[in-house]
Ligand binder design. Structure first.
Ligand code: GLV
Length: 350
């Protein structure tokens, strides 16, 4: 340990060989077991730290930062960064970074897997079979909804949304609709086969609706009872973004009462707790926030976060220029592009 080496906190066990790269330049305080932190524990971990490598579990805002005068950089291992108060970090001159791009295709794969599992009742069928309830093959067992040739709706057409659109258009011949405040360039629309529609039209026309927009106050419960009522009762809803986008009680009610056919959820408002109302339903597929969880992608995310942190602290080939910074300005831009528009349209304000 040397006095002038930066100190970094790594909040969860990640990949030792990759996190170990930090030790070439920094003194590393890395968690050795998965754990949950309250605000006081995060504040304590940040006290005296120059940098932090954190996951979506760790919320960092003004209170956690108050006792951390040395902190210069927070590298989030994840593309979503609603766990970070970017304005508070910015106000203290702390650089924040995330891990876009490297997880796009893996997360789009999971979105599609959930869509197919929910619409074709895969996990429900398997549970039924394992319970010994398959007495005889029957024509009407587990009738579901087609994927091919159906209408795919995508709310939030960033990189992951575009990945899902490509899969639907090129792989399954789907008619792809999206809603985003800003229309995508014509070339991207052509390549993804996607057409821009307003929020209400997206809800009304989608046979399968996938949520891929960032979570913020503006997008909180964008799928509420009123939105669900505009969807087809035969439709599937998939959420791979953040739990807070959906009013889960309204969703459970719609699923229980035949106002929505099925749902596939990877994210939850109170995760890791999942509402009993959802757990009780047969027509919802539930996965534990594994959107980017392939080994290769999780390694790439950690590598990008380490590269970001080292660069933000002034080391390595990109010293001073972390590859994927997040700033208040980019956050505001993303909100304008992806969320505010959707909400304003949903509220009929534009
Ligand atoms: C996971 O949810 C992420 O934001 O990367």
């Amino acid at each position: 340990m040397s006095g002038d080496r930066p100190r970094v906190w790594v909040s969860q066990p990640l990949f030792d060989d990759i996190v170990g790269q930090l030790a070439a330049h920094c003194d590393v305080n890395a968690a050795t077991a998965v754990r949950q932190y309250d605000a006081a524990a995060i504040a304590a971990a940040l006290r005296g730290a120059d940098g932090a490598l954190v996951t979506l579990n760790e919320r960092i805002g003004a209170d956690e930062l108050a006792g951390a005068p040395r902190l210069r950089a927070v590298a989030n291992v994840g593309v979503g960064y609603n766990n970070l108060d970017i304005a508070a970090l910015d106000a203290r001159g702390v650089i924040a970074t995330n891990t876009p791009d490297v997880l796009t295709e893996t997360t789009a794969d999971l979105g599609f897997a959930l869509l197919m599992a929910a619409a074709r009742r895969i996990t429900e069928s398997e549970r039924w079979l394992r319970e010994g309830r398959w007495g005889q093959w029957s024509f009407s067992t587990m009738l579901g909804a087609d994927i091919h040739g159906s209408t795919l709706g995508i709310l939030g057409m960033g990189r992951i949304g575009q990945g899902i659109a490509r899969r639907g258009h090129h792989g399954f011949g789907m008619d792809v609709l999206y809603h985003n405040r800003s229309r995508l360039p014509a070339g991207v629309e052509r390549e993804t086969g996607a057409r821009c529609v307003d929020f209400d039209a997206l809800l009304a026309r989608a046979d399968h609706l996938v949520l891929v927009l960032p979570y913020s106050q503006a997008s909180h419960h964008i799928i509420d009872a009123a939105a669900l009522a505009k969807m087809k009762p035969t439709a599937t809803l998939v959420n791979i973004a953040r739990g807070g986008l959906v009013d889960e009680l309204a969703l459970a009610d719609a699923l229980a009462n035949g106002r929505l056919a099925a749902a596939g959820l990877d994210v939850y408002e109170g995760e890791p707790d999942v509402r009993p109302e959802l757990l009780a339903l047969r027509n919802v597929v539930l996965t534990p926030h594994i959107g980017s969880a392939s080994l290769a992608t999780r390694r790439a995310m950690v590598q990008l976060a380490v590269d970001n942190l080292l660069a933000a602290l002034g080391f390595g080939p990109q010293a001073g220029h972390p590859p994927t910074p997040v700033t208040a300005r980019t956050t505001a831009k993303a909100a304008t592009a992806d969320i505010t528009g959707a909400v304003k349209t949903a509220n009929g304000k534009r």
